[in-house]
Design a protein around this ligand. Structure first.
Ligand SMILES: Nc1ncnc2c1ncn2[C@@H]1O[C@H](COP(=O)(O)OP(=O)(O)O)[C@@H](O)[C@H]1O
Ligand SMILES: N[C@@H](CCC(=O)OP(=O)(O)O)C(=O)O
Length: 384
C-alpha cells in the first residue's frame, strides 16, 4: 500500500484539515461544550508543536447560538438561523482563540461562502490568504459565513466545505470528526451495527444504509460525510471519519473510525470547485451537435449550439448544460448574463461579431470553465 492508501500516511501528514461537527461541540443545553472544544484544541496544538499545519473547519455557529437566544431546538427559518449563527460564531471563535492561546498559538477566522468558491478571483484570494495564514504559523478556523448566505447559494453543510478546503490548501489528509466512531454497516442506533474500518473505494460501501438526518444538532448526517469523502478521496486526499474523542488516535494512524483511501489524483482546483461548490443558477439547453461537442471534452460551448436559457444568472455564475433529452451533461461558469443570451442563441460567432461587434463573439461557456457530469451524477449529486 502506498502512503495515501493506508493509515500510515496520517502521522506524517504535513498539512491536515480537521472538521468538527456541531453535535460534537454543543452540549444538551444548546451552549458550547467547552471541554470538547478544548480537548480538540489540545490535539491540534500538539500537531502544530510537532511541526504540522492544521486547518480547522468548525461547525457549531448555529447550534452554539441556540442557548444564548433562549431557544430549545435548532431554528429552521433562515433569518433565525442567521441570527443564531451571528451569536454562535463569535462565541466559537472567542473560545478557540482562548484555547489555542493557552498553547501559544494564534487563530485566524476564515468565513467562506459558496460564492468564494466559484468566482475565479475569489477562490484564488481564499487560497492565497489561507496559505499565508499557514505560513505565518496561524491556525485557520474556517466556517461557512452563515450570517450572510441564503438558501440558494449555500454550502449548507460543512462536510463538503471541508473537502473543498482540503483541496484548496492541498492538504495531505482530511479528518472528519463527528459523534459516531466512523461509518457503520447500518445506522449506529441499530443494534448490531458494526464499524467499517477501511474503505478502499466508496463503491464498496454503496449498499450501506446511511441516513441524511444525523443528530439533533448536525446537518446532513452520514450522507454529507460520504459526499465529502468522495470529493476528497477523488481529488487525492485520504480521509478519516471518527468521533471527536478519537481525534488524537486518528491523527496518529491508530485503528479508529473509518479510513478512506484515495481513489483519484489531484485535479485543478477550479474544476473541482465548479463541480462541487455551489448550486447552479440556471440551465442552458443544447442542440445535439453542441451536446456531442461538449461531451467530447475539448470544445467550448458556442452561442450557436444553445437553444434555450432558463434561470436568472450573471456572467460568472455556475449553470447546468442540458442535452436535447433533458439530461444534465455538464456544469460550467457562464460568460454572459441570462438577459444577454436570447438574441445570441443559434447564431454563429462570425455573424455575431459582424453584427454586434467584438465582445459578442465570445464563447458561452469556455472549456476551462466546464466540468462534465460523471456517470453517477458526480458534478451535481452533492447538492442536498
Ligand atoms: N451507516 C452509518 N454509519 C454511521 N453513522 C450514521 C450512519 N447512518 C447515519 N448515521 C448518523 O450520522 C450522524 C452524524 O451526522 P451529523 O449529526 O450531521 O454530525 P455532525 O454534527 O458531526 O456533522 C450520526 O450521529 C449517525 O447517527
Ligand atoms: N455552518 C453551520 C454548520 C452546518 C453543518 O454542516 O453542521 P454539521 O453537520 O454539524 O457539520 C454552523 O456553523 O452552524
Amino acid at each position: 500500500m502506498n502512503a495515501a492508501t493506508s493509515r500510515s500516511s496520517l502521522p506524517g501528514a504535513q498539512r491536515v484539515v480537521v472538521k468538527i461537527g456541531s453535535s460534537s461541540l454543543t452540549g444538551p443545553d444548546g451552549h458550547l461544550d467547552l471541554g470538547a472544544l478544548r480537548g480538540l484544541v489540545d490535539v491540534l496544538a500538539e500537531r502544530v508543536a510537532a511541526g504540522g499545519q492544521v486547518v480547522l473547519v468548525t461547525s457549531g455557529a448555529i447550534s452554539a447560538g441556540i442557548g444564548p437566544l433562549g431557544l430549545t431546538t435548532r431554528p429552521r427559518d433562515l433569518a433565525t438561523m442567521q441570527a443564531a449563527a451571528m451569536i454562535g460564531q463569535s462565541q466559537l471563535v472567542a473560545r478557540y482563540t482562548e484555547a489555542f492561546a493557552a498553547h501559544g498559538l494564534r487563530v485566524g477566522q476564515v468565513l467562506l461562502t459558496a460564492e468564494d468558491t466559484v468566482r475565479r478571483w475569489r477562490y484564488r484570494n481564499a487560497q492565497r490568504s489561507l496559505d499565508r495564514l499557514l505560513a505565518l504559523g496561524v491556525v485557520p478556523v474556517v466556517n461557512e459565513n452563515d450570517a450572510v448566505t441564503t438558501d440558494e447559494l449555500k454550502f449548507g453543510d460543512n462536510d463538503r466545505l471541508a473537502a473543498l478546503v482540503s483541496h484548496l490548501v492541498r492538504a495531505d489528509a482530511l479528518v472528519l470528526l463527528t459523534d459516531v466512531d466512523g461509518l457503520h454497516d447500518a445506522p449506529p442506533s441499530r443494534p448490531g451495527a458494526r464499524r467499517i474500518p477501511y474503505v478502499a473505494d466508496l463503491a464498496e460501501v454503496a449498499g450501506v444504509e446511511v441516513t441524511a438526518r444525523g443528530s439533533a444538532l448536525g446537518t446532513g448526517g452520514m450522507v454529507t460525510k460520504l459526499e465529502s469523502v468522495r470529493i476528497a478521496t477523488g481529488a487525492g486526499v485520504p480521509a478519516v471519519l471518527t468521533s471527536a474523542v478519537n481525534a488524537r488516535a486518528a491523527l496518529a494512524g491508530d485503528d479508529v473510525g473509518t479510513f478512506f483511501a484515495v481513489t483519484g489524483r489531484r485535479t485543478s482546483a477550479r474544476r473541482l470547485w465548479i463541480a462541487h461548490a455551489a448550486g447552479s443558477r440556471g440551465r442552458l439547453h443544447l442542440d445535439a451537435g453542441a451536446a456531442r461537442a461538449v461531451l467530447g471534452g475539448r470544445a467550448s460551448l458556442l452561442p450557436a449550439g444553445v437553444t434555450r436559457v432558463e434561470g436568472t444568472f450573471d456572467a460568472g455564475d455556475p449553470v447546468e448544460l442540458v442535452g436535447p433529452d433533458g439530461a444534465v451533461l455538464a456544469r460550467g461558469l457562464v460568460a454572459f448574463d441570462a438577459a444577454e443570451l436570447p438574441p445570441l442563441l443559434g447564431r454563429s460567432t462570425f455573424d455575431l461579431r459582424a453584427e454586434l461587434g467584438e465582445g459578442y463573439d465570445r464563447v458561452v461557456v469556455h472549456r476551462d470553465d466546464l466540468v462534465l457530469e460523471g456517470p453517477t451524477g458526480a458534478a451535481t449529486a452533492s447538492r442536498r
